[in-house]
Ligand binder design. Structure first.
Ligand code: NAD
Ligand code: IPM
Ligand code: MN
Length: 358
């Protein structure tokens, strides 16, 4: 198959983890006889430096005409306090592509039980997915402004339609999995959450096989560490989903392990790891590339329907962890820390034809 992929490496560790991911995709191309046409475009801080705009029009255009978009990460201290922020580029590309459903799976990886901060017994059978609303809520509501020196406002606004479409995606996903949906909100305080609950209850009538529960966000934050195995699909507002998914990354042991798919009804999906540009380790070949690589596997599965190819990557990730090749964030032994490039090489070795045939 031939596919066109727009690649947005971004800032900090973004380009480092993207480089390894593109090597993994090359290995997939040759093993499965595909052709991926890759076009790299600027976004975030590097785009500000080059063009004065965190999301140049050429980048938007290229993304829209491709089959899928891969994004590393944006941001960094260099651009703090500037009028234009790298993160605006990320928010705008999500909006431009209308990728309203951000799917963030969280599973415990067996070999990482030794570094995950939760007790191993709590990690058994954890297999949950966040469906985070991504193009609305408090990130986008108007007014959103600084008023003079002493006042500032953000607005948490949702239209029923925005809730309906993301909630529907979550129900469809839950119906294909363990048939449990937890809707997380703050309906004891927020009007937007009361509307959210109403929409969830109405939609539930169309999915009688799915068990629905409502959970307040503060309780959900606690339940995620008390008993994460209770969850299947969690659907929630943009900012709640942002915060809870970073928290849930500790089920794996590192933010660097989590992948995501940002999906629309039609048009290209945007695939991005959950982590940021990690300025503290950028440029040191120390970043964990697995969240980015697993995001590329999600791209193969969701956008290209290449299930065998995605399975091959996920299996190789398991094997690399089993063989104890780990970057510093997931290493239990400081005398055996692999670099980003070494982890990628180990993965590619396992993906190549000869390794598969063995
Ligand atoms: P961060 O996710 O960049 O880093 C948080 C911590 O996790 C750091 O200690 C970092 O070293 C570590 N970490 C993250 N990814 C890792 C990886 N792959 N391997 C090993 N360790 C990893 O969050 P932050 O420090 O709060 O934010 C830094 C910048 O990134 C900010 O400008 C923020 O806006 C931006 N950011 C961007 C995205 C994105 O582009 N999707 C997501 C989150 C944060
Ligand atoms: C994420 C990030 C972004 C978000 C930031 C960088 C705008 O934290 O993708 O989780 O909050 O959505
Ligand atoms: Mn985040």
């Amino acid at each position: 198959m031939e596919k066109a992929i727009t690649v947005l490496p971004g800032d900090g560790i973004g380009p480092e983890v993207m480089k390894g991911t593109l090597r993994v995709l090359k290995a997939i191309e040759s093993r499965f006889h595909h052709r991926f046409t890759v076009t790299e475009m600027p976004i975030g801080g590097n785009a500000i430096d080059e063009t004065g705009n965190p999301l140049p029009p050429e980048t938007i255009e290229q993304c829209k005409k491709s089959d899928a978009v891969l994004l590393g990460a944006v941001g960094g201290p260099k651009w703090d306090g500037m009028e234009q922020r790298p993160e605006q580029g990320l928010l705008r590309i999500r909006k431009e592509l209308n990728v309203f459903a951000n799917v963030r799976p969280v599973k415990a990886f067996g070999p990482l039980a030794d570094i995950a901060p939760l007790k191993p017994a709590l990690l058994e059978n954890v297999d949950l997915v966040f469906v985070r609303e991504l193009t609305g809520g408090i990130y986008f509501g108007q007014p959103k402004e600084r008023k003079g020196s002493d006042e500032a406002v953000d607005t948490l606004y949702y239209h029923r339609k925005e809730i309906e479409r993301v909630v529907k995606k979550a129900f469809v996903l839950a119906a294909s999995r363990k048939k449990k949906l937890t809707s997380v909100d703050k309906a004891n305080v927020l009007e937007s959450s009361k509307l959210w609950r109403e929409v969830v209850d109405e939609t539930a009538k169309h999915y009688p096989d799915v068990k629905v529960e409502h959970m307040l966000v503060d309780n959900a934050a606690m339940q995620l560490v008390r008993n994460p195995a209770q969850f299947d699909v969690i659907v929630t507002e943009n900012m709640f989903g942002d915060i809870l998914s970073d928290e849930a990354s500790m089920i794996t042991g590192s933010l660097g392990m989590l992948a995501s798919a940002s999906l629309s009804e039609e048009g290209p999906g945007l695939y991005e790891p959950v982590h940021g540009s990690a300025p503290d380790i950028a440029g040191t070949n120390a970043a964990n590339p697995l969240g980015m690589i697993l995001s590329a596997a999600m791209m193969l599965r969701h956008s290209f329907h290449m299930n065998d190819e995605a399975d091959a990557i996920e299996l190789a990730v398991q094997e690399v962890l089993n063989a104890n090749f780990r970057t510093g964030d997931i290493s239990s032994n400081k005398d055996k820390v692999s670099t980003t490039d070494q982890v990628v090489e180990q993965l590619i070795y396992r993906l190549e034809d000869n390794a598969a045939a063995a």
